[in-house]
Design a protein around this ligand. Structure first.
Ligand SMILES: CC(C)(COP(=O)(O)OP(=O)(O)OC[C@H]1O[C@@H](n2cnc3c(N)ncnc32)[C@H](O)[C@@H]1OP(=O)(O)O)[C@@H](O)C(=O)NCCC(=O)NCCS
Length: 161
């Protein structure tokens, strides 16, 4: 399994390529300032990345007043093509859930990217225990209690810390 660790400045060019190649590009030099970012490292290569926030008030900031306040939120994530379907994506989500729990957060959410492969992405997030929390449609959020991610099948095998 990969090591899941914080990003370092040396990772930025690989992360930039990884995001660009998945149409999640940053249009310029990658800068993780203001974000929490973890990478998945295998054999000294970065093969996955996830950007997240542990203090995102997506209820208020995103016009979801009924939702609880500050919670964990995944902004984006990607795994290198050659390393998919080996549990790397799940390892990234699990590590974020662990960090969320440590920070006292109880809920983790995100908005799956639209477009090609949307169905595969949704299958992935379902496998990580997330589910839609809003009526289906563009920009609809998915989420679940952090505890459900940590007890989902496969979550315990992550080498994160
Ligand atoms: C979505 C993504 C991060 C998943 O990463 P991954 O490392 O391949 O995912 P995992 O191997 O941890 O998958 C865990 C489970 O999710 C499901 N899953 C993952 N990818 C899937 C796919 N393409 N089709 C169907 N199910 C899939 C499977 O149930 C899988 O378990 P299994 O392999 O034992 O059957 C990766 O495909 C990716 O980077 N996609 C392009 C960028 C992207 O869509 N990012 C999300 C933006 S919101």
């Amino acid at each position: 399994m990969p090591l899941i660790r914080d990003i370092t400045p040396a990772d930025c060019s690989v992360v930039e390529e990884l995001l660009d190649s998945n149409d999640l590009g940053v249009c310029g030099f990658y800068n993780s300032e203001g974000l929490d970012v973890v990478v998945a490292e295998l054999h000294e290569s970065v093969i996955g990345i996830a950007e997240f926030r542990l203090d995102y008030d997506f209820g208020r900031d995103e016009g979801r007043p009924a939702h609880p306040g500050e919670q964990a939120w995944i902004l984006t994530m990607a795994v290198a093509d050659a390393h998919r379907r080996h549990g790397v994506g799940r390892a990234l989500v699990t590590e974020i859930a662990r960090r969320a729990q440590d920070a006292g957060r109880t809920f983790l959410a995100l908005v799956p990217q639209d477009g090609d492969d949307a169905a595969d992405r949704e299958t992935f997030f379902q496998a990580c225990a997330l589910a839609p929390i809003e009526p289906d449609g563009p920009g609809a959020a998915w989420g679940c209690p952090v505890s459900e991610i940590l007890t989902a099948r496969g979550a315990a095998s992550v080498e994160g810390r």
